[in-house]
Design a protein around this ligand. Structure first.
Ligand code: SAH
Ligand code: SF4
Ligand code: F3S
Length: 465
């Protein structure tokens, strides 16, 4: 092994993008690369890009401008800084990246970053513009090793695990089927091994991720394809794993066994991200979402029958081509009808190569901005109402990190909201009951509940206090 070199990785995308960043660091660790949080110390900078909207795609170029200056400054001191661009943006743009930003040494796609160590070694040996955005025949996950216990420990008590990747749905606005390829599921055994490693390193909450996670159908130990509900039940048996979540789901794949798991599997948190995108049937059809507003409402009512307190969140796109004020009003109406715990909303961004970008009736930017503003107000009202109902309730909170002020910890409620609590550091990584005292727009405040005093005492004893 060569001497230690420093690696800085920055994620620009979704949870899977963050997960990939960690796995890239894991593949480089045996080559002597140690992660640093200070970009100016790095010998290798990886920018892990996102391509979902134009704004996300462009962000990397302004960042590359800054990293190029660091590279030039390092060269003045006789030090070599390598720059790699990875992820969905790299997958989509490939060579174009080195053309626009010649300081880039390596471009690696979203499906072949298991080859990153070799690509970096080629650049280290002086090869110029190493670009690899192939969809390989081998499975990248097979080539990736489990991270070391030490690396895993440093990453906290919650973790993401990719269980499914890619998408065959081809919504007309979306680049994911092109940047992540066809839908594929990892086998159950591999996922279980990865979660066992995480649990051993102290992880208590795992979120299973996939672009279409509820379409999961990975091979089980019995050779049969398992559903996501079966996978969740298996992962719940792993000692130490106290909480489970999964994201992102498509309404069409919300099958009965998964809905029932929300009632029957205690580790499965009462929270679900189920994007609907629009409340108008005309727009849903143009988006090729393959479900109607009524289908979505019916899935939601089945879910709520199974788990009445379920915190539902969604994604919305405003200003998809052809969207009129009436279509938009249907979206606002749906938000009022559902009562979300929160949602993300975006202005439609025409993406090169997607069918939506070719449509004639594109909506004006000002109209999009106005609709976005109104939609966000409706979502905020939903969220405030959801949060207000929790005041005075006692919820279990998994403490993840120290709070902003001394003596405080921040954890997450079962509904995924951050909760700030005055609590001893020994409760980090543990679950305790917290009574919610106050809610603000993006976080909640609480006090350790009476019953939590016992947990606190045990924690203090365990910590040798
Ligand atoms: N697999 C997930 C979505 C992944 S992309 C799903 O099926 O819902 C995350 C979100 O980005 C989408 O839900 C959508 O709301 C938004 N998005 C995707 N493409 C977009 C585009 N071209 N313009 C604006 N928003 C977009
Ligand atoms: Fe994109 Fe649609 Fe697939 Fe989600 S389901 S990743 S929005 S194509
Ligand atoms: Fe972006 Fe790729 Fe995720 S396009 S949202 S990083 S799957």
């Amino acid at each position: 092994m060569k001497g230690s070199r420093k690696l800085f990785v920055k994620s620009f995308g979704c949870q899977m993008n963050v997960y990939d960043s960690r796995r890239m660091a894991d593949t480089l660790a045996p080559k002597g690369y140690v992660e640093t949080a200070a970009i100016e110390d790095a010998d290798l900078v990886i920018l892990n890009t996102c391509h979902i909207r134009e704004k996300a795609a462009e962000k990397v170029y302004s960042e590359l401008g800054r990293v190029r200056l660091l590279k030039e400054a390092a060269a003045v001191h006789g030090r070599r800084l390598l720059i790699a661009v990875a992820g969905c943006g790299a997958q989509a743009e490939g060579e174009e990246i080195v053309r626009r930003a010649p300081a880039v040494d390596v471009v690696v796609g979203s499906q072949n970053y298991h080859r990153l160590a070799d690509l970096v070694a080629r650049a280290e040996r002086g090869e110029k513009k190493v670009v690899d955005t192939e969809f390989p025949v081998e499975d990248k996950f097979d080539a990736l090793h489990l991270p070391s216990l030490a690396a895993t420990r440093s990453r906290g008590v919650t973790a993401f695990v990719t269980v499914q990747e890619g998408c065959d749905k081809f919504c007309t606005f979306c680049v994911v089927p092109y940047t992540r390829g066809a839908e594929a599921s990892r086998p159950v055994g591999k996922i279980v091994a990865e979660v066992e490693r995480l649990a051993e390193a102290g992880v208590r909450e795992v979120t299973l991720i996939g672009q279409n996670v509820n379409a999961y159908h990975g091979a089980g130990p019995d050779g049969r394809p398992w559903s996501l509900a079966e996978l969740l039940a298996r992962v719940a048996q792993i000692s130490g794993i106290e909480r489970l979540r999964y994201t992102t789901s498509h309404p069409l794949d919300m099958h009965d066994d998964l809905i029932v798991a929300h009632r029957d599997l205690p580790q499965l948190m009462p929270q679900l991200h189920l994007p609907v995108q629009s409340g108008s049937d005309r727009i849903l059809a143009a988006m090729n979402r393959r479900h109607t507003r009524a289908d979505y409402l019916s899935v939601v009512s089945r879910l709520r029958r199974a788990r009445p307190d379920l915190a539902l969140t969604s994604d919305f796109i405003v200003g998809f081509p052809g969207e009129t004020e009436d279509h938009f009003a249907a979206t606002l109406g749906l938000v009022g009808e559902i009562g979300y715990a929160g949602a993300y909303s975006f202005k439609y961004s025409p993406r090169p190569g997607t069918p939506g970008a070719q449509l004639d009736d594109q909506v004006d930017e000002e109209v999009k901005a106005d609709r976005l503003h109104r939609l966000q107000a409706a979502i905020d009202a939903n969220q405030a109402a959801f949060n207000r109902r929790l005041i005075g309730r006692t919820l279990s909170v998994l403490f993840e990190r120290p709070g902003r002020y001394g003596g405080q910890l921040v954890g997450r409620s079962p509904y995924l909201q951050p909760v700030q609590v005055t609590a001893p550091p020994a409760l980090l990584g543990r679950i305790a009951d917290v009574t919610i005292t106050e809610v603000a727009s993006n976080s909640m405040f609480g006090a350790l509940a009476q019953g939590a005093a016992r947990a606190q005492k045990t924690a203090l004893l365990d910590a040798g206090a």
